[in-house]
Design a protein around this ligand. Sequence first.
Ligand SMILES: *Cc1c(COP(=O)(O)O)cnc(C)c1O
Length: 383
Amino acid sequence: MRALSLPTIDHRGPEFAALGRKVLGDMQRIFQTQNPILIYPTSGTGAWEAALVNILSPGDHVLMYETGHFAALWSKLATALGLKAEVIAMPGLEANGTPTSWRYGVQHDLIEARLRADTAHHIRAVCVVHNETSTGVTSDIAAVRQAIDAAGHPALLLVDTISGLAAADYRHDEWGVDVSISGSQKGLMLPPGLGFNAVSPKALAASKHATFPKAFWGWHEMIEMNRTGYWPTTPATNLLYGLSEACDMLLDDGLHAVFARHKRWATATQAAVRAWGLEIQCAEPSVYSPILTGVMMPEGVDADAVRKLIYERYDCSLGTGLGKVKGRMFRIGHLGDCNDLTLIAAIAGCEMGLKAVGVVLQSSGVQAAMDVVQRHPIPQINQ
Ligand SMILES: *Cc1c(COP(=O)(O)O)cnc(C)c1O
């Protein structure tokens, strides 16, 4: 916050280039890529649109996977742009007979099967969300790339890692992602206002033939200017100061340490939910999110009434259920700038709030979370 408040320098002046080059280089390390990064003054939604309009043409067929509300919004945006967005989702029923909804990661075999059937290679891109923030599911992106390759299909791979980046491991180059999309306000610990694209050489090549009209979002002019550390239009200078500081914090700690600490907080939160006797929204432990945990309410309990009570009594703001899980669950975040006691306090707020609305809890989630953090020594960066 102090970095953000520095006086705004001239974005065409001599000092600016050093800042521009630094943040672009730092963000390559955060995305784990050697390839260009684009930084726009926008929210995550703008960065979604930038990715699509740079590599695709009107009417192109894209294959999207509905892991949750954000994936659904992205496909809505693709349709609004004039793309033919085909959405696949997990089929089947839950044990109690309700349709499986938003509780699983991307099933890469469904993508592989769909691409194998597309023998004429009409599908131009596969779009998946890395960390589905509406549910707390972190999909296996390397497996999606393997599925595309196994099908022998040339589709580009686009990944929304808006909430995943800088909290869960993310490897743009190694995983063979063509466009990675992110934003400043989640794992990067900044206010909203910056959107990112990380691109591959294959995506850059595709962008030469893409015919969507684009001006502000166009990659090439920006990449050209970025070589010297400047932007074609006015960048969000103060957010870039903050980004520089956030990258220093993350890279000084080391990405491995950052990923480990969020995973540890996730483990503590999962233990709390289980101790309460409630269900975690993510039904597949191998894809539990290190960024947030979704807590499902027992039948007849309105999750938003619980959230409201916790907010008013304990000044603790929990994530609401979005889209088709509205009222059915709430979300506990453990991304960004967090520590053991912040998390345990939030879990205590949930425990008190759940009891206050009459939910019968099996045992203390606070105790279960404390047991986890005590059993797993704190990574040294948090001491
Ligand atoms: C927050 C988020 C978005 C939306 O981004 P905005 O910044 O609100 O435009 C999209 N996808 C995911 C996975 C998110 O977490």
